[in-house]
Write a protein that binds this ligand. Structure first.
Ligand code: ADP
Length: 564
């Protein structure tokens, strides 16, 4: 028997309509690439989005067509989020930090019909344009005065194309399963692969983010969206903000510590969503300005994801800002939220260190995401906080495969997506990410977590950033090599650092060598580029006498065994 409820499709256009109707005057603050700040409202954003939608018709873009953006977080980009998807076309947000050849590849692979870009990317677009086979129009997201002088065919100015359109439009209704946006994974190996989101998945994912147990986004929130709109839809926060009419603050390309802090303070940000590298830049700025008391911001929630939250970062977020540090885990393929690290009521009375230990786990599954860990043969492993396994996830906002079938079938026999991450899950359902399967260090048949070692190293006051990779070893297969970047003005003493680590990790986990470097390579999404490090240090000679798993070292830490 069917229920008798109205079968209304879950469409992205409903979010902007809600925001404009019920939160018309709530502000959207946007710092433009050119430096000035523009203030608008949800009501104006809806008008703007409808102008984009009408511009799509003028460009001949119809339902299902892909439209690329090379753009920072701005109100214009936000108008495209709603205007392009709202008419059933697919917004393809391109990560400008990819290599130019990869950008060319994905624009062609996506078959983008139009490419919208910020002035910052004009030289890049000029260079790539001859190779972009399907792009019919190139639109610079600026006013007439800001138009760059570049040699690109069919070059249009935002104000001439979008600014002149009518703000009248009835959003079309269509199947909620229709594609809404497209985002390519950064592809540290092989070509990037496209993750194709749907209206339904996007709306459900946004709804999940409103819960107090997740991001707690509500009409009283002021959300600083530092996480890029070209990276997994900025964690879905642009949609969740519209769903509740939260105030949005968009930093454009200005992600240095001073700019981010200034925006936080001026706009009284309550929730900032950033990858760890941005928080690190912010703390470097605060270190240079001890006169600043960051409590003045009134930040309540500091969201960290994309890479592990270290203990030192958690403590600084809580101490300097008085905010709750909230870790999330996910990936482009999971829209991206899979788990969120909130405490449970039973943790409320625990001493601070014990609460911290819980928060350093990546978090518990949110409604809508089924989790499991499996061994090499696909056997399900127990949730005891000890067994390591490959993390598989399933749910209405998890990818079922890649655009155009790249990479073939992805799902296991139960319809779960293998994430490529290795994790433990404890009895409360907290996932602790051990490593990416390809980064875990396999030493004498046991596994060493590079993430845990990096966090332990970063807890040392002289260490700014740390990377741990496995290097080949004749006896143990691999041993850990620690690469460290000193904090500004600090000198790292190798022996002292190793002695410090010996107090926190098992003896046989201790890195065999420590190399001090000026900087570490990162991927286009700001993660450590370990493939490059492994290539560079493949032949590195290890000086230490290795304490391997059978060397009489103290017993292994809990959860350090490989899958059975
Ligand atoms: P990429 O395109 O580089 O894969 P993603 O954002 O999709 O970019 O990366 C997802 C990966 O980032 C996850 O599979 C995981 O390895 C890592 N990651 C995400 N969040 C966390 C976290 N909180 N702690 C540790 N690693 C994380």
């Amino acid at each position: 028997m069917d229920g008798l409820m109205q079968d209304r499709p879950l469409l992205i256009s409903s979010l902007i309509e809600h925001a404009a109707t019920f939160h018309a005057d709530t502000e959207i603050v946007s710092r433009l690439p050119e430096g000035q700040t523009r203030r608008s409202t949800w009501s104006e954003l809806r008008d703007h989005a409808k102008q984009v939608a009408n511009a799509m018709a003028e460009l001949g873009v119809t339902a299902g067509d892909r439209v690329g953006t090379l753009a920072w977080n701005s109100d214009r980009h936000l108008a495209m989020y709603y205007g392009v998807s709202g008419v059933g076309a697919v917004l393809h947000t391109i990560n400008p930090r990819l290599f130019p050849e990869q950008i060319g590849y994905i624009v062609n692979h996506a078959e983008d019909r139009a490419l919208f870009f910020d002035t910052t990317f004009a030289p890049l677009v000029e260079r790539l344009a001859p190779q972009l086979d399907t792009v019919e129009s190139f639109v610079v997201m600026t006013d007439r005065a800001g138009m760059p002088e570049i040699d690109v065919p069919n070059l249009l100015c935002w104000d001439d194309l979008v600014g002149v359109q009518s703000t009248q439009l009835a959003w079309p209704e269509f199947d909620e399963r229709s594609a809404s946006s497209l985002c390519y994974t950064s592809g540290t190996t092989g070509n990037p692969k496209g993750v194709l989101y749907a209206h339904r998945s996007t709306v459900l994912h946004a709804l999940m983010e409103l819960s107090r147990d997740t991001f707690d986004i509500h009409s009283g929130s002021t959300l600083l969206m530092v996480v890029p709109m070209f990276h997994a839809n900025a964690w879905g926060t642009p949609y969740a903000a519209a769903m509740t009419g939260a105030k949005l603050v968009l930093p454009g390309p200005h992600l240095d510590g001073e700019s981010v802090y200034d925006l936080m303070r001026r706009e009284r940000v309550t929730f900032a969503a950033c990858v760890p590298t941005v928080w690190t830049m912010l703390f470097a700025y605060l270190d240079e300005h001890p006169e600043i008391d960051a409590h003045e911001v009134g930040l309540q929630l500091a969201g960290v994801g994309g890479a592990a939250l270290s203990q030192s970062m958690l403590e600084r977020l809580e101490r300097d800002f008085g905010a709750t540090a909230l870790q999330g885990w996910g990936m482009t393929e999971t829209s991206p939220i899979g788990v969120i690290g909130r405490l449970l009521p039973k943790h409320a009375g625990l001493p601070r260190e014990e609460q911290t230990a819980v928060k350093l786990k990546q978090g518990r599954g949110v409604w809508g995401v089924d989790l499991k860990i499996v061994d090499e043969d696909g056997r399900v492993l127990p949730w005891d906080g000890k067994a390591f396994g490959h993390l598989h996830v399933r749910g209405p906002w998890i990818a079922s495969g890649y655009f155009k079938g790249e990479g073939g079938d992805q799902l296991d026999s139960e319809g779960f997506f293998p994430t490529g991450d290795v994790a433990t899950i404890d009895a409360d359902g907290y996932v602790h990410l051990v490593d990416r399967a390809k980064d875990v260090i396999k030493s004498g048949g046991e596994w060493i977590s590079s993430i845990d070692l990096e966090n332990a190293a970063m807890a040392h006051p002289t260490v700014g950033e740390a990377a741990v990779i496995g290097v080949p070893h004749p006896k143990w297969d691999e041993r850990p090599l620690l690469l460290v970047v000193p904090r500004p003005g600090q000198r790292i003493d190798r022996e002292e650092l190793l002695a410090d680590l010996a107090g926190t990790v098992a003896k046989w986990w201790l890195p065999d060598d420590v190399v001090v470097v000026d900087e570490l390579p990162h991927t286009a999404t700001g993660k450590l580029l370990k493939t490059a490090l492994r290539d560079q240090y493949r032949d590195h000679t290890l000086p230490r006498i290795t304490a391997g798993p059978d060397s009489g070292a103290p017993s292994r830490p809990a959860g350090s065994g490989p899958p059975a």
